[in-house]
Design a protein around this ligand. Sequence first.
Ligand SMILES: Nc1ncnc2c1ncn2[C@@H]1O[C@H](COP(=O)(O)OP(=O)(O)OP(=O)(O)O)[C@@H](O)[C@H]1O
Ligand SMILES: [Mg+2]
Length: 248
Amino acid sequence: MLKLDKVSKMYAKGGVRAVDGLSLDVRPGEVFGFIGPNGAGKTTTIKLITGILSPDEGSIIIGGVPIDNDPIAAKRKLGYVPDAQDAYDRLTGLEYLNFMCDMYGVSSADRARRVRALSERFELSGALSGVVKGYSRGMKQKLALIGALVHNPPLWILDEPMVGLDPHAVHVIKRQMRAHCAAGNTVFFSTHVLDVAERLCDRIGILQKGRLIAVGTLDELRSGETGASLEKVFLELTGDSAEGDWDE
Ligand SMILES: Nc1ncnc2c1ncn2[C@@H]1O[C@H](COP(=O)(O)OP(=O)(O)OP(=O)(O)O)[C@@H](O)[C@H]1O
Ligand SMILES: [Mg+2]
């Protein structure tokens, strides 16, 4: 569903590679979690997949379509929730969702049904007539989540989607991610919430300094260490030496 082949990206000429020779194959129907320390290159990778940035090297294929060959066709296959919501302040929630439906060519029959179902699910129905400027951070996040799903994309990409959401909304989004996959779609998301990743993901990739240092199911990442939590595996693989140094 999503294939990255030796993708690299530098922000400044001659600088460090924010993403460094990254190859990844995300399969149809899976929830794939992308984790890694701050600055590892997760957001940069997601911006490359969504076409916001272009890779210096390597190729990205979405649902069989190389993004550099046919960017519009490739982007039609995905719904994207960025890590910060700070645009479209002047629109009402409903205007924003209609705008997203227009962008993705959602028919008027489908849009009414999907907007209603999704906004009820995320408990945002009552706020849709208000301007986005007056929304709380969590409400903006919910609106972005709905806006990225209105065209029912085969690939749903989310950059740290749980940030700023209340426990109920986190529960809804987890269910929505599983439901999206159960309907034959694919979910790719970054997170620092490792216990959520542990329970939600079919497979997990760990990025460090732009490189994929591990990928697989939780069992595969544990490599024989039965029952180890994802947090423990993560701290070991990313070389955190602070464990045990604390007086508790
Ligand atoms: N716009 C930018 N200009 C220059 N360097 C950037 C820019 N955005 C990111 N970087 C650098 O690229 C590297 C990867 O950053 P990125 O935001 O992709 O990491 P991340 O894994 O998403 O981190 P976090 O967990 O903090 O969100 C970092 O070294 C960062 O300083
Ligand atoms: Mg990030």
